[in-house]
Write a protein that binds this ligand. Structure first.
Ligand SMILES: Cc1cc2nc3c(=O)[nH]c(=O)nc-3n(C[C@H](O)[C@H](O)[C@H](O)COP(=O)(O)OP(=O)(O)OC[C@H]3O[C@@H](n4cnc5c(N)ncnc54)[C@H](O)[C@@H]3O)c2cc1C
Length: 425
């Protein structure tokens, strides 16, 4: 990673970065280090408000997965990030933070967090660094319009005033968690300059269900197999943690499957989840376990025996769905009822009727069309000297630190390229 490319600058450019989120702060610092006079305009009173709540306040800032695997977490659009990742990737990001005194720790699944577990520290590193780089940061500064001439972008309108610039980096983020400042402002600005925007919709979003699942609010289950069924066919699957809520289901596996579920719901398809509550036991082992439990505790009620297999909140739902009375005693459970129970434990079916709104999504799917942005520089293919970064682009990934790395990498590339034209290898 090159921290400064300023020595090869020939004349000082003026660059405006819009949005002091993950991508915008990285872009602004890099532009300044590369010799540009850089102004960072943020509409909120503080920088990095979303960054400060990431990873449940701990900030999962990247993942140690190698580039091909990393890109795979972005689905089909991931290829767009190849160039940006080749220029500035997870090892560069780790070095970036550690060289500024922020200790990092690798956790389960290759996720990287600040060792002290505080996302706010990440924001502080940026604030100090931007100051050192000489970036002029202006808060309470909302950009409402981009100014253009026949030569490309020429500045912005901020708080009703025109500010001229040689290049503008748009880092306004997506449209979820709007209280953090990310209210989708960049989409109409891009559209006004001729860019197309892929329909904005929630990704990594909880799902609304009907039926029994809602009775289990706050229940958290680990090591669960989940299949996503669309119009009767398996569309995706996952394994891990599922959390029940009074509206439906959430948790890492559900969030990961949600993007596919949202698209199916929007086209009026039937969406179901099938939970395997006993993934470690195949049908034979599970039957042996049930036979043993029913024989050993033959005078107890089935409700009480099932407490050895399921959390309390699930027992009632289970018995209701397999239609066995809760007071049936162990020795009188029939082979047919046991089969129904076995099937339920391996195939707890939940109907998904909706998703939670965009404002509750962790990431915004859709955004500025990637085919209209140069992946080597992040510059618009339509308007010269206009650059796009981060979640504003039509990119979204699974949980695991991938989204923030994409914001940092695209910000890094845009900052350097806006300042010097191209990045020298
Ligand atoms: C609850 C939550 C937890 C998350 N946890 C993780 C995680 O642990 N790991 C991970 O990889 N990803 C995580 N994400 C996703 C990640 O935070 C985003 O993908 C990332 O922040 C996108 O960065 P960005 O710079 O593109 O946009 P943002 O971080 O959203 O920043 C955009 C900035 O632009 C400003 N802005 C907007 N419009 C204007 C305007 N008109 N004028 C001036 N300023 C403007 C906003 O105020 C904001 O500060 C999480 C998201 C949420 C909501």
């Amino acid at each position: 990673m090159a921290d400064s490319l300023g020595e090869i600058m020939t004349e000082r450019k003026k660059i405006i970065v819009v949005g002091a989120g993950a991508a915008g702060m990285m872009a602004a610092g890099q532009a300044a280090l590369s010799g540009a006079e850089t102004i960072l305009l943020e509409k909120m009173a503080r920088p990095g408000m979303k960054l400060a709540i990431t990873g449940k306040g701990r900030c999962n800032l990247t993942n140690i997965a190698p580039i091909p695997e990393f890109i795979g977490h972005f689905g089909r659009n991931g290829r767009f990030l190849r160039q940006a990742f080749h220029r500035f990737f997870n090892d560069d990001l780790i070095l970036f933070f550690e060289s500024k005194g922020l200790l990092l720790t690798k956790e389960r699944g290759g996720r990287v967090f600040p060792t002290k577990g505080k996302a706010q520290q990440v924001v502080k590193v940026f604030v100090d660094w931007l100051d050192k780089c000489g970036v002029k940061v202006k808060y309470n500064s909302a950009v409402t319009e981009l100014l253009v001439t026949e030569n490309g972008v020429a500045g912005v309108v901020c708080n009703g005033k025109r500010i001229a610039a040689d290049a503008v980096i748009l880092s306004t983020g997506g449209a979820c968690y709007p209280a953090t400042g990310s209210t989708g402002d960049g989409y109409p600005m891009a559209q006004q300059l001729g860019h197309s925007v892929v329909t904005v919709r929630p990704a990594l979003v909880p799902l609304v269900t009907k039926g029994g699942a809602r009775k289990m609010a706050d229940l958290n289950l680990r090591n669960i197999g989940v299949r996503l069924i669309i119009d009767g066919k398996k569309a995706a699957e996952g394994f891990g943690e599922v959390t029940f809520a009074n509206y439906g289901v959430t948790g890492p596996v559900i969030l990961t499957l949600s993007a596919v579920a949202v698209d199916a719901l929007q086209t009026q398809k039937k969406v179901e989840l099938i939970l395997d509550l006993k993934p470690a036991l195949d049908d034979k082992k599970l039957d042996a376990r049930l036979l043993r439990d029913f024989a050993k505790r033959d005078k107890e009620t089935i409700a009480s025996i099932l407490r050895g297999l399921l959390p309390r909140e699930m027992v009632e739902v289970c018995l209701e769905e397999i239609e066995v009375p809760a007071d049936r005693v162990g020795h009188s459970v029939t082979a047919v009822e046991r089969k129904k129970l076995r099937h339920w434990l391996k195939n707890f079916r939940i109907t998904v009727i909706d998703h939670r709104p965009l404002k509750e999504a962790i990431v915004t799917a859709g955004g500025v069309t990637l085919a209209e942005v140069n992946p080597r520089t992040m510059e618009s293919q339509k308007v010269k000297n206009l650059f796009f970064t981060g979640e504003l682009l039509d990119l979204q990934a699974d949980t695991g630190g991938y989204n923030l790395q994409a914001a940092f990498s695209t910000g890094w590339l845009a900052g350097n390229c806006a300042a010097i034209g191209t990045v020298v290898e």
